[in-house]
Design a protein around this ligand. Structure first.
Ligand code: SAM
Length: 245
């Protein structure tokens, strides 16, 4: 009979097999923080070496790795992390380990106006939606208010938007074609969030013709995208990073 898992075990994810808990993903988490430190000066308190505002993360069992990384770097103010997930077991386990941070069980899109999300300055939309799936625009419309409030409060918002790149192959679409379409749709979303003060184009996220290198299994940076592969045999992800002002 299968043993039931203890609350704490809902935060345990296996590095050997887990798609979201492996060295490649760990490296992207570090690079996410670097973007905040190096490129979003409005959000980084240089003197104290901490984030201004809160870091919002979609959790799963491995989102705790992001929090561990941020805690190791001493990058968060007290209560500076908001973890969100549908699964109450994940949220309960995280809350026990880190009671001074903020935890929301539910659909992010239903709680965008909650007190916990007030003061968010980094939005890690790490939902792994397929790139160019058509769901991006709807998600973007919903997140627009959260991102807009961050820009208003802090002068900037770091948006991290992760998507599954290789699942496009299942639909018979080349990754390069899917990534170009994704960049176009994401630029539209980000443009709406930033408003008319700044022009955000697909080419700023993904320079013209640069998408072609992703068709041969490439991993590395292409424009604003970090293309990485977690566990062996798994799909590559396309993680976009943008500092909106
Ligand atoms: C890929 S995992 C997150 C990985 C994690 N950020 C990390 O660094 O390892 C995505 C998680 O977000 C949850 N999720 C996706 N969309 C969500 C939403 N709209 N509201 C709340 N949770 C969501 C999924 O159920 C899943 O557990």
């Amino acid at each position: 009979m299968a043993r039931s898992r203890s609350t704490e075990e809902y935060l345990v994810s296996d590095r050997a097999t887990h798609s979201f808990d492996n060295p490649a993903k760990a490296a992207t988490r570090e690079r996410n923080l670097r973007v905040v430190v190096d490129q979003a000066h409005e959000l980084w308190d240089e003197e104290r070496g901490v984030l201004r505002g809160r870091w919002c993360e979609l959790m799963g069992t491995s989102g705790i790795r992001t929090l561990e990384m941020l805690e190791r770097a001493r990058a968060l103010p007290h209560g500076g992390f908001v973890g969100v997930d549908f699964d109450p077991r994940i949220i309960d386990a995280a809350k026990i380990r880190y009671p001074h941070h903020h935890w929301i069980c539910g659909d992010l899109f239903d709680v965008l106006r909650s007190a916990e999300l007030a003061g968010v300055s980094v939005v890690n939309f790490d939902a792994y939606l397929a790139v160019a799936s058509g769901k991006l625009a709807a998600a973007g419309r919903l997140l627009q208010d959260l991102i807009g409030r961050a820009i208003q409060s802090f002068g900037a918002c770091v948006v991290l938007w992760n998507g599954d790149l290789d699942c496009s192959r299942r639909q018979g679409i080349l990754p390069s074609v899917a990534l170009r379409e994704h960049a176009r749709a994401l630029a539209e979303v980000l443009q709406r969030c930033a408003g008319p003060r700044r022009l955000l184009t697909a080419e700023l996220l993904l320079p013209e013709e640069s998408e072609h290198q992703v068709d041969d299994g490439y991993t590395g940076e292409v424009g604003a995208f970090d293309i990485y592969k977690g566990k062996g045999g798994g799909h590559r992800m396309a993680l976009a990073r943008a500092v909106l002002r």
